[in-house]
Design a protein around this ligand. Structure first.
Ligand code: FES
Length: 260
């Protein structure tokens, strides 16, 4: 015979009413349609709140992948603005449209066949010289890159300077979307950085020496020994390893120099 346990009234859970903070809704227009969204959201979250689902045009959500280029216009302003949807917050009556892909010219090349001559860039992107130095690209850049200056460096054949200036480029394409000369600045910069990294920047000799030493088997014994060690011991070895102090100078060396 089974006996049903009676519910103890003392054990009855009392649900606490959760306090919901008051949210102010503001009107925005996504691709021309009006929605009310909570104040303080990013454009991306506001669009999601409005029911849009991102299949493209959304990546890192942290302002580093460049996937979420967006154009918007504020009420009473004739000016079209650009921003990253994951970074910019909504403002009342904003008109927002995302441009997840910008159909810019991207030259095709076999990188192995390219030299460090600036003419390589000129040949692949002759439109480089259509730049009218209006600086609209710089104003559009969400990364604060001096885009026009980098283009100017490229025109002068200074690939190193163009690479340095465009180092923070996240390839969102917003510069190109505003360019009068129809330049695909971000693709040009990518080519410049590739050439700079592979053909211009000096080789790291110490790295080449280390790769050679690894290939010659200098570390085979210690690596094989470590492979045999149990996990706990390996953890202990790792935790007790001698670390290079943060303030160490160039001449710092570990006490055990066996594997240097
Ligand atoms: S989602 Fe990556 S930059 Fe916005």
């Amino acid at each position: 015979m089974s006996v049903k346990a009676k519910k103890s009234p003392t054990k009855t859970k009392v649900r606490k009413e959760r306090e919901v903070p008051e949210v102010k809704l503001i009107p925005v227009y996504v691709m021309g349609k009006r929605y009310e969204v909570p104040e303080g959201l990013t454009l991306m979250k506001a669009m999601e709140y409005a029911g849009y689902r991102f299949i493209r045009g959304c990546g890192c959500r942290g302002g580093t992948c460049g996937a979420c280029g967006t154009v918007y216009r504020k009420p009473g302003d004739y000016k079209l603005q650009v921003a990253l949807a994951c970074q910019k917050t909504v403002e009342p009556d904003m008109y927002i449209t995302q441009i997840p892909f910008f159909p810019a010219n991207r030259a095709q090349y076999e990188f192995a066949e390219l030299t460090s001559a600036p003419e390589e860039v000129f040949k692949l992107y002759p439109e480089l010289f259509r730049c009218v130095a209006c600086n609209a690209c710089t104003k559009a850049c969400p990364q604060g890159i001096q885009v026009m200056d980098a283009i100017s460096a490229l025109k002068q054949g200074n690939i190193a300077e163009a690479s340095r200036l465009s180092f923070e480029c996240i390839q969102c394409g917003l510069c190109t979307s505003r360019c009068f000369g129809e330049l695909a600045q971000y693709h040009m910069f990518q080519l410049a950085r590739r050439i700079y990294g592979a053909r211009i920047v000096p080789r790291a000799e110490h790295l080449a020496d280390m790769v050679k030493a690894v290939n010659e088997g200098k570390y085979d014994n210690i690596l094989n020994e470590l492979k045999r060690v149990k996990k706990d011991e390996l953890t202990k070895l790792y935790q007790e390893r001698e670390e290079e102090p943060v303030t160490a100078g160039e001449d710092w060396r570990p006490k055990d120099k066996t594997y240097l």
